[in-house]
Ligand binder design. Structure first.
Ligand SMILES: [Zn+2]
Ligand SMILES: [Zn+2]
Length: 345
């Protein structure tokens, strides 16, 4: 099956010839549609952008206030030359979208990063019927099956309380756009908003937190740990920092901290030790194996293009199921790339 007028993978990114636009390009192009605000999808320097209305505040924090950005509500359709374009919730982070492109009755769906697990900080993923589906496979192995979020948050709060008893600061390493806000929202939902007085964040999270609040997501206005006085008592505190803060001077301000990491990679034995953290919480904003199969089943594509992650495994599995599948070489990295200790973990 050829989709040549609908979508092709070029050296600048995924391109729709009929609409003359790119989706999450990795080069500076004239017209870019962005699935979400993470750095491997939203690049600076394009002339015009199109994205979901709910992603506007976050995109402007990450790119610039001065970008030329047109927004669409989820489900709203826009004609761009000979293509019909609409955006649908991806459930990944605030404002994350799947891009539906229709040309001559054929439909492509670019899912971006997505997950099916409930998340109080963004709209829930919706299935979109399509002929060609482009999916990530960051966690595309049967070993990745996420536990219930409520259960993970309960474990996290129990760990925090245990540290409080021992007078140790609890530090959670989590990606500063999406994961951090999700954890804050879930902890407050479980424990009540009064626990916010014992919580603080790394300065890198202030901008994203503000963008979430400005977009109507209820998370408390937590202070930056660095802004509090040097004799502040941290013994009861829960602090969120990006994975890149591990081993830096920022973390050394806390006396005898217990350090945890919240990531899908924590599902694999040995990762916690390799990452040199005391606790691992299995919490991911990416789709796990059973949900990946469920999502493909619900969208009923004829062809699937598989990008970043365990692409070969997923493509082979789908072909066994009678679905045409191809591995796509893209520049998307997955926000939880395991081997690199960066903020993207
Ligand atoms: Zn992402
Ligand atoms: Zn990504």
């Amino acid at each position: 099956m050829s989709y040549s007028n609908l979508l092709e993978c070029t050296r600048r990114g995924l391109y729709c010839p009929a609409g003359d636009f790119y989706v999450d390009p990795w080069d500076r192009v004239d017209h870019a549609i962005l699935t979400h605000a993470h750095a491997d999808h939203a690049r600076w320097g394009c002339k015009r952008y199109l994205a979901a209305r709910s992603s506007e505040a976050l995109l402007k924090v990450r790119l610039s206030n001065s970008i030329d950005l047109q927004t669409l509500d989820y489900g709203e359709t826009l004609r761009i030359h000979n293509a019909l374009v609409s955006l649908h919730p991806a459930g990944h982070i605030l404002g994350s979208s799947q891009v539906r492109i229709e040309v001559d009755g054929k439909v492509a769906l670019i899912t971006g990063d997505y997950k099916l697990q409930p998340d109080p900080t963004c709209s829930a993923w919706e299935p979109v019927r399509c002929d060609l589906m482009v999916t990530e496979s960051t966690f595309g192995l049967p070993v990745f099956q996420w536990p219930e979020t409520q259960l993970v948050i309960k474990q996290l709060v129990a760990w925090w309380h245990e540290n409080q008893k021992q007078g140790r600061t609890s530090v959670i390493l989590a990606y500063s756009v999406g994961k951090a806000q999700r954890i804050i929202a879930e902890v407050v939902r479980l424990c009540g908003v009064e626990v916010a007085k014992d919580m603080a964040v790394h300065g890198a999270m202030l901008g994203p937190n503000r963008a979430y609040r400005n977009s109507g997501i209820e998370i408390p206005d937590l202070p930056s740990a660095a802004s509090l006085s040097s004799d502040h008592d941290w013994s009861k505190a829960l602090i969120l920092g990006p994975p890149s803060s591990q081993g830096t001077g920022w973390i050394k301000r806390f006396s005898d901290p217990s350090i945890a990491m919240a990531s899908g990679w924590m599902a694999i034995r040995g990762t916690r030790r390799r990452r040199n953290v005391d606790r691992g919480f299995v919490l991911s904003d990416h789709i796990d194996w059973p949900d990946l199969l469920r999502a493909i089943d619900a969208c009923r594509p004829e062809t699937v293009w598989v990008t970043h992650g365990f692409t070969d495994v997923v493509a082979r599995y789908l072909m066994h199921q009678g679905i045409e599948a191809e591995v796509l070489q893209t520049h998307f990295s997955g926000d939880e790339s395991e081997p690199i200790i960066s903020e993207d973990a």
